[in-house]
Design a protein around this ligand. Structure first.
Ligand SMILES: Cc1cc2nc3c(=O)[nH]c(=O)nc-3n(C[C@H](O)[C@H](O)[C@H](O)COP(=O)(O)OP(=O)(O)OC[C@H]3O[C@@H](n4cnc5c(N)ncnc54)[C@H](O)[C@@H]3O)c2cc1C
Length: 364
């Protein structure tokens, strides 16, 4: 990004007023919202703010958009290419709010119903009350769809946030700065708290204990490209007992990987914790051996990915939280999933939407 582009991201400061009850009142001239994190929560918030007439700027440290809506290719030395969803696998819907977005994505061919349940290790089938949805092209493509109309800067890892007069200034690892009237932070909560600590932004006493107890399960993923179709039962997803494997998915049966038989292996939380520091070869060997009964074919190539924060083990309890000092700052993401969310992805979406509505209402 050129210096000119950087300068363009600086918006004139709007008039912010902190009312005695903590509510924010702001003139609605050119309100810019800095959104840190381009996962589902951040993107849905950004689209909503844009629709409400604000100017969202999304900063994400990754090269690809989507955060844990993650998909990538693995190529064998024979030239086969498998496409893998290796973060979120599928999602269910429990609220009319998220259903309306999903219906729109269904209509536009962005998502489809993958199944009404999946096989398990006993040879049975866990029938579900809800449809399980997935991206038609890939799960990352859902994020790419949302990102189409947005101003997104990446890879931009925010290392510090500073309230300067009337604006937030985000400093990034590549020595760039972005500013906005309000900030919304959507990384996994421990990363958000780390950023606030580095930025010397105090967390109010009434929310600090509830934020600090949120922890996440780690998950090591192995992306295994096979020589032929696996023996994972239709429709291509398999719940396992949790350790060392919790989930297997055939990306070819899922329909996203016509060019290669790619199986996503997700290690359980105890395995992932115990093998976190192990080398990739040892991790792959262990999980591939455990998956052998369902792989049914030699592995031609593989890739290992460590998710330090895969899914929250506890939820914060409210759909977002708001910090008003030193400036208007909102926290959202999957740790803030409301009760009604039927899946973690829906929780992230509902949290981003709730935070965006609150911001848009405050800045109307
Ligand atoms: C292995 C795995 C399997 C899963 N399976 C499922 C499933 O089947 N169903 C389901 O519903 N959910 C599943 N989930 C959970 C689901 O993926 C998440 O709940 C959801 O994607 C979280 O979205 P988010 O926007 O809250 O966070 P994220 O997607 O993590 O987005 C946060 C973004 O913040 C960025 N970021 C972090 N720090 C900074 C910084 N300092 N500066 C700039 N950017 C930063 C990150 O790069 C990231 O893109 C799974 C997750 C994993 C990892």
């Amino acid at each position: 990004m050129s210096l000119k582009d950087v300068q363009r991201t600086f918006q004139p400061a709007s008039q912010t007023e902190l009312r005695p009850n903590g509510a924010i009142a702001m003139a609605a001239d050119t309100t810019t919202c800095l959104i840190i994190g381009g996962g589902l929560a951040g993107l849905m918030a950004a689209v909503t703010l844009q629709r409400r007439g604000l100017h969202p700027i999304v900063l994400d440290k990754g090269y690809g958009i989507g955060g844990r809506l993650a998909s990538r290719r693995v190529r064998s030395n024979r030239g086969n290419i498998g496409l893998f969803d290796y973060g979120a696998q599928q999602f269910t819907v429990g609220t009319p709010t998220f259903q309306s977005w999903v219906d729109d994505w269904l209509q536009q061919g962005i998502v489809r119903t993958w199944s009404q349940g999946f096989a398990d290790a006993t040879g049975g089938f866990r029938q579900s009350d809800h449809p399980h949805y997935c991206g038609v092209v890939s799960n990352r493509a859902i994020a790419q769809h949302l990102a189409q109309t947005l101003e997104i800067h990446q890879p931009q890892q925010v290392t510090r946030l500073d309230w300067q007069g009337e604006q937030w200034v985000a400093y990034t690892e590549s020595a760039q700065t972005f500013s906005g009237d309000v900030a919304l932070l959507t990384p996994p909560l421990p990363q958000t708290l780390g950023l606030l600590a580095l930025s010397h932004i105090p967390i109010p006493d009434d929310v600090a204990p509830r934020l600090q107890i949120v922890t996440y399960a780690p998950c090591i993923a192995v992306l295994a490209l096979l020589a032929q179709e696996s023996a994972i039962p239709a429709p291509g997803g398999l719940y396992l007992n949790g350790e060392p494997l919790q989930w297997l998915a055939s990306n070819s049966q899922k329909g996203i990987s016509p060019g290669g038989y790619g199986v996503t292996l997700h290690g359980g939380p105890r395995f992932s914790q115990a093998y976190w520091e192990a080398d990739n070869a040892a991790i792959a060997a262990h999980l591939i051996a455990a998956a052998q009964p369902w792989l049914n074919a030699p592995v031609m190539a593989h890739h290992v990915h460590r998710w330090k924060y895969s899914q929250p083990l506890q939820r914060f309890g409210d759909a977002f939280t708001q910090i008003n000092r030193p400036g208007p700052l909102f926290l959202a993401g999957d740790a803030f999933a409301p009760e009604a969310a039927a899946s973690t992805l829906e929780g992230a979406a509902l949290s981003g939407l709730a935070a965006a509505r609150a911001i848009a209402d405050a800045y109307r």
